[in-house]
Design a protein around this ligand. Structure first.
Ligand code: NAP
Length: 518
């Protein structure tokens, strides 16, 4: 029997009393550890966090809480090697891909440490200026943001067991709000290990950080009116969360990050082989292959002017052909495994669905696996599809295949009019990110504004930032993460803005003297 990972809830380590669900190595097929949450007293554990953890955190100032985040950063950095080992085994990722999750998480935590320090020794935030309510200056209104009296439940996706924890926990803990994380079962090990390390180091007060690994049963039921839930995962589970009585009847605040059919768009006027052309093809390949395409922000649809459909297809296919796929422990391998057999089956099924409306421009099956048994390993080569009739390719605009798959599509344009391209991008019905490639600043700026309403982030790449840009799919803590419409309608990160979710806004109406004493 493999080790059964414990849950940390109610200020103590507690094992589930069921048999446990095994976690596997997606490359080798071996069982690694088990998780189980059966029999936990969730109501008592949530109450402990809400009462003890919250009170202890909220006694502190932003600066004091920031120093705890800084201690967590130091500890996590010291244990990086162990986290990389877990990621290789449980997520099947190569070193560079594990870094996106592990170092990306630690970097985000570090960023909020600095933001917290800048907020100083206070326990609430002012929102805007005092506003006069009557004829006289004496009676005014001042909006304040105070930390909520609840807990934050994070229900996370399998693809970012580290970053998914810390990008949410950093603003929550900095706000003084206790965190209970429920990682996706498939990759729960890394989340559990990081929480274990931080808990054992005694960095945060008891009840500030808890982890429940295993079934999600009962978690939503344990939420109370001032709690919040931040969910990342599929649109189907998001619908279950949204319709739960905790949200519909108890007004639990909810943030949803769901699937997204993100786009990359090459503007007209860029020749084959030009700098903007190369930047697009390089980024598409990077986005398709990093974490085997298992990134919610990955490029799924690529739009290019009609005349460039052939040249772009060739350039992307040539780069993809060089991708070495297989066992992430082999130094020559650039792309490891998908996370499990279910995802492998889902990617194959999704590909077949898209292919009814697309041609094959680069076939992932042409990639022989290195050091991996195709009968066991959850590895697939990257596949580029092409849909020449983009208007009639509804499946391509609707289905997110969560793997190394993207579809190239041409758009019509005349004299700088790219209405057709914009309409096609919008067929995604709201996405996390769109990236634009071109060299004309005015055209890029105008297009960015056109797409801003339906995207949480517009990433604009021109030759002058070729060496500087942070990448289409990389979520930076300084910028907003989330998207409208089918992307879930959520908002995370964006620097200090992320703290809003964990605070309550209230208008204090009082005399100027009272407001000055706040
Ligand atoms: P999922 O199946 O929806 O699972 C997400 C989480 O919800 C897991 O922790 C899961 O637990 C839990 N869960 C399942 N059923 C639940 C229920 N009835 N009540 C409460 N929680 C429940 O999604 P996934 O397959 O892990 O993740 C892949 C998807 O996430 C992709 O579509 C991707 O686009 C999206 N994603 C979005 C973002 C973003 O930031 N927008 C980031 C990453 C991924 P178990 O694992 O125990 O079932």
């Amino acid at each position: 029997m493999t080790q059964l990972l414990s849950n940390f809830l109610g200020g103590r380590w507690q094992a589930g009393n069921g048999g446990g669900t095994p976690l596997f190595d997606p490359t080798l097929g071996t069982e690694l550890v088990r998780v189980d949450a059966t029999g936990l007293d969730l109501a008592a554990g949530f109450a402990f966090a809400r009462e003890q953890g919250r009170a202890a955190l909220q006694r502190l100032t932003y600066r004091e809480r920031a120093s705890m985040l800084a201690a967590a950063v130091k500890l996590l950095q010291a244990n990086r090697d162990a986290y990389y080992d877990i990621a290789t085994a449980n997520s099947g990722t190569v070193k560079n891909d594990s870094a996106v999750d592990i170092d990306g998480g630690i970097f985000t935590l570090g960023n909020y440490t600095k933001l917290g320090e800048s907020l100083g020794d206070r326990r609430f935030l002012l929102d805007g200026e005092m506003t006069r309510l009557g004829k006289e200056d004496l009676f005014q209104s001042q909006h304040v943001l105070t930390p909520t009296r609840g807990i934050a439940l994070f229900i996370n996706a399998f693809n970012f067991p580290s970053w998914g924890l810390w990008e949410k926990a950093a603003p929550a803990l900095l706000s003084g709000v206790p965190v209970i994380v429920k990682p996706a079962t498939t990759t729960a090990w890394l989340t559990q290990r990081m929480v274990r390390d931080v808990v054992e180091a005694g960095i945060f007060p008891p009840g500030a950080l808890s982890v429940v690994c295993g079934s999600s049963a009962g978690l939503m039921d344990a939420l109370q009116p001032f709690d919040m839930v931040s969910f990342t995962g599929s649109a189907e589970t998001a619908a279950v969360i949204r319709s739960h009585p905790a949200v519909t009847q108890r007004s639990v605040r909810v943030n949803i990050e769901a699937d997204s059919v993100n786009s990359a768009l090459l503007l007209p006027g860029e020749a084959a082989g030009s700098a903007a052309f190369d930047l697009l093809t390089r980024e598409v390949v990077r986005e398709m292959t990093v974490k085997s395409g298992q990134k919610c922000t990955a490029i799924r649809r690529v739009f290019v002017p009609e005349a460039l459909y052939g040249p772009v297809a060739e350039a992307i296919a040539a780069r993809l052909a060089k991708t070495v796929v297989g066992n992430p422990r082999n130094e020559t391998v650039r792309m490891g495994a998908l996370v499990n057999r279910a995802q492998l089956a889902s990617v194959r099924e999704g590909l077949a669905h898209l292919q009814t409306q697309a041609e094959l421009l680069h076939d992932g099956r042409a990639h022989a696996l290195v050091d991996a048994d195709p009968a066991v390993a959850c590895c697939v080569g990257p596949t580029l599809l092409g849909a020449r009739d983009a208007d009639n390719a509804d499946r391509i605009h609707d289905l997110e295949v969560f793997g190394p798959v993207a579809t190239l599509m041409p758009y019509r344009h005349s004299a700088g009019d790219i209405a057709h391209a914009l309409a096609l991008v919008r067929r995604g019905q709201g996405s996390l990110v769109a990236s634009l490639y071109g060299s004309d600043p005015a055209a890029l700026a105008a297009t960015a504004l056109e797409l801003a309403d339906s995207h949480g982030r517009v990433h604009v790449i021109s030759p002058d930032v070729a060496q500087l840009h942070t990448g289409h799919g990389n979520v930076m803590p300084q910028s907003l993460h989330g998207g409208p419409g089918r992307a879930g309608g959520g908002e995370e990160l964006g620097g200090i803005r992320a703290l809003n979710f964990y605070h309550r806004r209230s208008a204090v109406q009082a005399s100027t003297a009272v407001l000055a004493a706040l």
